[in-house]
Design a binder for this molecule. Structure first.
Ligand code: MN3
Length: 243
């Protein structure tokens, strides 16, 4: 009897996680990726709830994107740095700046960590999306004619990126605004970037960023995404990038 009771208790205990909501399961999985080493780099918390970017980006996409994809870049970066004494103690920015001289695993995962940390802060709930500052709007209008024309070119650059990558608004060394795109997890701060500059805004056009909601319709994701761009943050970056 006692043995039977124990087995039943064990069965109930092991079945319990299966009854948790899908989001909670993803969170649980995100907290224990394997193998994980203690490292300098950690997953930053989302600056809003996972469902805060609805309807542009759904909660399940956000939970998986942040808790599993971004966490995987952090874990892989920590593992790579732990295995290479020459890399220990270096900042994320230092690794990104010389990514082209580092092993691919470091370039990809340092880029992945930097890009996603930047990406979460580039967005806000619809009600807090706001507008570009007058100074940023003037610079955008001077370059593209209008905010809508800028958005159209940014979306086109995102659509044209073959495979996985990012589309960016940057300010180059001469102070000019430009729209650029990078493959994989590269970014405009990297020595390998075709066009270098200070990122002001970036959108992730990997399928993992939109596929659950948009499937193959990357264009719809790119156009809906403007609803959740944090223009206050983008404007702050623009002001800081002034020479
Ligand atoms: Mn991503």
């Amino acid at each position: 009897m006692i043995r039977g009771f124990s087995a039943l208790t064990l069965l109930i205990a092991s079945a319990a996680p299966l009854m948790a909501p899908a989001a909670a399961q993803a969170q649980t999985a995100a907290t224990k990726p394997a193998p994980k080493v203690e490292g300098a780099f950690t997953l930053p918390a989302l600056p809003y709830a996972a469902d805060a970017l609805n309807p542009a980006i759904d909660a399940q996409t956000m939970t998986i994107h942040h808790g599993l994809h971004h966490q995987a870049y952090v874990t892989a970066l920590n593992n790579a740095v732990a295995a290479d004494p020459a890399l220990k103690g270096q900042s994320l920015e230092a690794l990104v700046a010389k990514a082209g001289t580092l092993p691919a695993v470091v370039r990809n995962n340092a880029g992945g960590h930097w890009n996603h940390s930047f990406f979460w802060k580039s967005m806000a709930p619809v009600a807090q999306s706001g507008q570009p500052s007058p100074q940023l709007l003037a610079a955008i209008t001077a370059k593209w004619g209008s905010l809508d024309a800028f958005k159209k070119e940014f979306q086109d650059a995102g659509l044209k990126r073959f495979g996985s990558g990012w589309v960016w608004l940057i300010r180059d060394a001469q102070g000019n605004l430009a729209i650029t795109s990078t493959p994989n997890q590269d970014n405009p701060l990297m020595d390998v970037a075709e066009v270098k500059g200070t990122p002001l805004l970036g959108n992730d056009v990997w399928e993992h960023a939109y596929y659950l909601k948009y499937q193959n319709k990357r264009g719809d994701y790119l156009s809906n995404w403007w609803q959740v761009v944090n223009w206050q943050k983008v404007s702050e970056r623009f002001a800081k990038s002034a020479r």
